[in-house]
Design a protein around this ligand. Structure first.
Ligand code: GLY
Ligand code: MN
Ligand code: MN
Length: 358
């Protein structure tokens, strides 16, 4: 899908969302639509125009990025957004604002600038289109996932070398940069022993030791697109209980991945994983949702939880990441990212799921 097709899809949604024009303020949405990656921009989409406003810091960059992306936009370089904004929506009676991005203060500013027009709070108008990944986006996500796979393979032996959680996190991040990542896709999680029972623990200077359960959750970012994977390890000789929890999560995760297919209710993936863990006596220990889309944001639509409302479609890229967290024992989470296809899914996370490090 090229940028013009993305723009056409958004234009086709305007009326359904009750607006004649959409003001785009969320920067990743501007990136997705136009290729511009600066930190300050506003875009206005109408049925027959696209206006983009940024400030002087980005003049050279935005001209280059719009041209590379094949985007034909009315560009204004200024710190004063009011005039170009008013000009862009001149023919629109109903102007959409991205309600989950626009602060109260910004909304009041827009209301002053657009006095007399109806402001329409839109929800996920662009995000719903971003669920569908085109081949170029999937290629970036695959590359990001493979960089993370390579980094883990390189760093895995270090789990047995008396390193701290922080040291392992830094090694993973350095390896990802060496293998071509632009940056980590989010703050790396390395959680050992009791910390592994906290799903989003911050790496500490705790030394990783035999007997620890270790959860490692990390990813690489390539050209804006971030991968997301989790592997868990049992160090030393695992207890029967540790092994049982590990095996249960592996089983639930495999069942979840097996359930992913075009046309399936998104809630079903969560249901399948939760049912399996409940069968293993660990239903109460699975304390988060099962997965989410990945792309320009690390958590994006669709969110695979019991509250999901959609249907999976070919071309979505989602995670499947059940876990079990027992404060007196530790935690296990296994997370793959997969591309939804007509007949099932294709994992882009390819690291071994073996619980024994190296
Ligand atoms: N890295 C956070 C998550 O897996 O959702
Ligand atoms: Mn993750
Ligand atoms: Mn995730």
């Amino acid at each position: 899908m090229d940028r013009n097709e993305r723009l056409a899809r958004i234009r086709a949604s305007l009326d359904e969302f009750g607006c004649d024009a959409l003001v785009v303020t969320k920067q990743v949405n501007i990136h997705w639509l136009t290729g511009f990656t600066g930190s300050n921009g506003t875009a206005v989409i109408t049925p027959d125009s696209l206006a983009v406003v940024t400030d002087g810091r980005y003049e050279t960059q935005i001209r280059h990025q719009l041209q590379s992306a094949g985007v034909d936009a009315e560009l204004t370089v200024t710190r004063e957004v009011e005039q170009p904004l008013r000009a862009a929506v001149a023919a629109a009676a109903r102007v959409g604002l991205e309600s989950e991005d626009v602060s109260w203060a910004a909304m009041r500013r827009f209301a002053g600038w657009l006095d007399g027009r109806e402001l329409v709070p839109t929800v996920e108008l662009i995000e719903l289109e971003r669920r569908h990944k085109d081949p170029g986006e999937i290629q970036r996500l695959r590359l990001a996932a493979s960089i993370a796979d390579r980094a883990l393979a390189q760093v895995r032996p270090e789990l047995n070398a008396g390193r701290s959680e922080l040291a392992i996190a830094r090694m993973l991040e350095a390896a990802m940069l060496d293998f071509g990542a632009d940056e980590p896709s989010f703050a790396t999680i390395v959680a050992a022993g009791p910390n592994s029972a906290k799903p989003h623990a911050t790496p500490s200077d705790r030394t990783i030791e035999p007997g620890d359960m270790v959860v490692i959750d990390f990813g690489a970012k390539v050209d804006g697109y971030g991968s997301d994977m989790t592997r868990s390890f049992l160090l030393g000789t695992p207890s029967n209980r540790q092994q049982a929890v590990f095996d249960a999560v592996i089983d639930a995760q495999a069942a979840g991945v097996a359930a992913v297919r075009h046309g399936v209710d998104e809630r079903e993936i969560d249901r399948v994983c939760r049912r399996r863990l409940t069968d293993h006596g660990l239903g109460e220990a699975f304390i988060h949702g099962t997965g989410h889309g990945i792309g320009l944001e690390i958590h994006e639509n669709p969110i695979l939880s019991s509250r999901a409302t959609g249907i999976l479609r070919s071309g979505y890229v989602v995670t499947v990441e059940p876990g079990a967290y027992l404060p007196d024992l530790g935690g296990v989470r296994i997370e793959d990212s997969v591309v939804v296809t007509a007949s099932g899914c294709e994992p882009i996370t390819l690291s071994s799921k073996s619980p024994t490090a190296c």
